[in-house]
Design a protein around this ligand. Structure first.
Ligand code: IPM
Ligand code: MG
Length: 368
């Protein structure tokens, strides 16, 4: 049988630096765990624009649809701020999500014990935190039509449309309930049913999917603004949160920061399973391209490395190897390894991106 295939799109900013450490880890699994992957590299975002004049070349899109999983670094940067909207680096990412039909975006917010002091919340509020945000990723206001900037009378009007079909809500709700069954068995659905029709429909469909097929899972509904407040008031009340594309974008950044650093958080974007049971999938860190620290060897590779751990679990059914990698990360953090983003008020000398990679590889070796 052929090796499973990975397409690496490191992208812009710190993307290539953090992905460099991930490729070392991929090689480690090939050499030491008999898990070889066929890896190819290509461009996305500003890097693709510089070469091809488009943030995602059609050939790259075609490869993304063929491989078993895509690993993405980050897109964007100030250099591209003035580009036309249609060729901005972010459009490359949005095209991948849309054309791969990756409707279920899993964004875990887990607080490592060693980092509880880094949160902007009191350590006791976040120690042991383990929540999973399931963000709808292929619809809603990100893609709804009509959209644009039009002339109306003597001024311009900016228009975007929040739009959700029943089937779009149904499928993402199912993925949240399925996940909840493998975790704390609780789902909180967030929308703004008090002001938005799409929120009313969202709430109805989520409730219906629950009542028909997941009555064993505990379900609650919350307005998304209250959800934001509850996330910073008492985050441990949540297990799985399911929400739409825009609320999910915002709430997941908020949840991410609870854990101390955006440099820690991975994500998985999954489509429907194919005949072999494997979903179309893309894995990426939640953090962006961080132009302010690009090229300085300062970036924390952990979010990107943990994204590969999610790939092992969700695309390749290697849950034990995923746990091995997550434990290795936990170990180096417990031993005090800190990149610059993890420097507390007491300071200290941060280690580099590569040194963090070295330590994680060492911890992997020690796990054998
Ligand atoms: C994210 C990012 C993207 C989004 C941007 C880069 C288009 O913020 O993945 O959360 O808004 O979805
Ligand atoms: Mg975001």
């Amino acid at each position: 049988m052929a090796n499973p295939s990975l397409l690496i799109l490191a992208g812009d900013g710190i993307g290539p630096e953090v992905m460099g450490q991930v490729t070392r880890i991929i090689d480690w699994f090939g050499a030491k765990r008999d898990l070889p992957f066929d890896v190819e590299h290509d461009l996305v975002g500003g890097a693709a624009y510089d070469k091809h004049g488009t943030p995602l070349h059609d050939d790259t899109m075609a490869r993304a649809l063929e491989v078993d999983a895509v690993l993405l670094g980050a897109v964007g940067g100030p250099k591209y701020d003035d580009l036309d909207f249609s060729v901005k680096p972010e459009r490359g990412l949005l095209r991948l999500r849309k054309e791969m039909d990756l409707f279920s975006n899993l964004r875990p917010a887990q607080c490592f014990d060693a980092l509880a002091d880094f949160s902007s919340l009191k350590p006791e509020l976040v120690a042991g935190l383990d929540i999973m945000i399931v963000r709808e990723l292929t619809s809603g206001v990100y893609f709804g039509e009509p959209r644009g900037i039009i002339e109306e009378g003597n001024e311009r009007v900016g228009i975007n449309t929040q739009r959700y079909t029943e089937s779009e809500i149904d499928r993402v709700a199912r993925s949240a309930f399925e996940l909840a069954r493998r975790r704390g068995n609780k789902v909180c659905s967030m929308e703004k049913a008090n002001v938005m029709e799409s929120g009313i429909l969202w709430r109805e469909v989520v409730q219906k999917v629950h009542d028909e097929d997941y009555p064993d899972v505990e379900l609650s509904h919350m307005y998304a603004d209250n959800g934001a407040m509850q996330l910073v008031r008492a985050p441990k009340q949540f297990d799985v949160i399911v929400t739409d594309n825009l609320f999910g974008d915002i709430l997941s950044d908020c949840a991410a920061m609870l854990t101390g650093s955006l440099g820690m958080l991975p994500s998985a974007s999954l489509g429907a399973p194919n005949d072999a049971g494997r979903p179309k999938a893309m894995y990426e860190p939640v953090h962006g391209s961080a132009p302010d620290i690009t090229g300085q060897g300062k970036a924390n590779p952990i979010a990107c490395i943990l994204s590969f751990a999610m790939a092992l679990r969700y695309s390749f059914d290697e849950g034990e190897e995923a746990t091995r990698l997550e434990k290795a990360v936990e170990k180096v953090l417990a031993d005090g390894a800190r990149t610059a983003d993890l420097m507390g008020p007491e300071g200290g000398t941060p280690i580099s991106t590569t040194e963090m990679g070295d330590l994680i590889l060492g911890a992997l070796d020690a796990s054998l």
